[in-house]
Design a protein around this ligand. Structure first.
Ligand code: FAD
Ligand code: NAP
Length: 313
């Protein structure tokens, strides 16, 4: 029986791992289906993590985190968790290999994943010219022209990254104002090889047997424009990874918002005793590395108190 099971090994889960183990819980396992680090490892640059100055990639930022946790006894099992349920006071962690682990407490930290924009050809050409990761795929378009879809922080930051590698970046956004931070918008506007294609919605990505050859956009005026590019990067927001909380009868284990985020209180407690949710998956998440890490610390301290109380009876 684990004292605590942590599901997900991004900034939130890793920080929960650090605080639960260092705070005295005996047996804590973090279940992470891939390499620990989370979605920030796909970011080319992070400049708002306090105390870290200069240019640093998400991968470099996250590199030391797992080692720090393991020093205090955190176990990492590289496996997907398919479901978390609760029977009496015991949580069941259903794993991808069909086995089940038991735990006194659970900290959910499964984060979020890139949303698909929904235009024609997006699925057909995904991985063959359509991408959601500039750091992963940008290099394939070195010296070529690409399109970026979206108007948030991710789209603009990744457009800036691509502009350093590619000949030209078409930044396609459906409005004429951006969600992104003002200084990022300014940097984009100052970058001579980024062309803003505003008030324009992607209609279709087209291509041939080799992959993408362009994207068709429709301006709010109704005008259609074909932009011939071999690569299209979409950054149109994220969906919460909440599938693990779905029970056999289709209901969620704990209270959720209509848009699928986990409802928590200020201590990261869900509606189920001993179950915590942190990082991008919880309600009102600021979706930042620093806040995900902060949530991890808060939930860990709560989990320690919860397990102490449970075992003292
Ligand atoms: P995640 O980082 O999403 O980690 C969740 C982890 O859970 C993943 O590793 C996943 O593999 C694992 N997982 C999911 N489901 C399961 C399962 N069923 N079983 C086992 N494991 C599972 N934030 C900033 O502060 N500054 C930035 O500059 C910045 N730039 C960004 C750039 C990009 C391109 C992106 C995508 C995000 C950026 N963010 C930035 C946001 C930041 O990355 C997230 O807010 C943060 O990573 C959330 O952390 P998390 O631990 O909640 O979730
Ligand atoms: P986001 O802020 O939700 O922005 C998504 C963008 O995509 C919006 O501009 C939206 O347009 C557009 N969009 C949505 N659906 C679309 C569709 N179907 N077709 C075309 N365009 C569509 O998402 P994000 O940029 O990924 O950021 C997610 C969170 O992470 C945010 O909280 C962000 O602040 C944070 N983040 C922070 C940093 C940083 O701090 N440096 C970096 C990256 C991400 P509208 O604007 O018209 O809605």
């Amino acid at each position: 029986m684990l004292d605590c099971a942590i599901i997900g090994g991004g900034p939130a889960g890793l920080t929960a791992g650090l605080y639960t183990t260092r705070g005295g819980l005996e047996s804590v396992t973090m279940f992470e289906k891939g390499m620990p680090g989370g979605q920030i490892t796909s970011s080319s640059e992070i400049e708002n993590y306090p105390g870290v100055t200069g240019e640093i990639s998400g991968m470099d930022l996250m590199m030391p985190w797992p080692e720090q946790c393991q020093k205090f006894g955190l176990k990492h099992e590289m496996i997907e968790v398919t479901r978390v349920s609760k029977e009496g006071a015991v949580f069941k962690i259903h794993k991808g290999d069909g086995t089940v682990e038991e735990a006194h407490s659970v900290i959910m930290a499964t984060g979020s994943r890139p949303r698909h924009a929904g235009f024609a050809g997006e699925e057909q050409y995904f991985g063959r010219g359509v991408s959601t990761c500039a750091t992963c795929d940008g290099f394939f378009y070195k010296g070529k022209e690409v399109a970026v879809v979206g108007g948030g922080d991710t789209a603009l930051e990744e457009a800036l990254y691509l502009a350093k590698i590619c000949k030209k970046v078409y930044l396609i956004h459906r409005r004429d104002t951006f969600r992104s931070a003002p200084n990022t918008v300014e940097r984009v506007k100052r970058t001579t090889n980024i062309e803003l294609v505003l008030n324009s919605t992607p209609e279709e990505v087209y291509g041939d047997a080799m992959g993408v050859t362009g994207i068709r956009v429709k301006n709010n005026s109704g005008a259609i424009r074909n932009i011939d590019v071999p690569g299209v990067f979409t950054f149109v927001g994220n969906d919460v990874n909440n599938q693990t909380l779905i029970q056999e009868d289709g209901s969620f284990l704990c209270n959720m918002t209509k848009s699928g985020q986990v409802v928590v209180d200020i201590c990261m407690r869900t509606s189920v005793a001993g179950l915590f949710a942190i990082g991008d998956m919880r309600v009102e998440a600021p979706k930042q590395v620093i806040s995900a890490a902060g949530d991890g610390a808060v939930a860990a301290l709560q989990a320690i108190s919860y397990v102490d109380e449970l075992l003292s009876h």
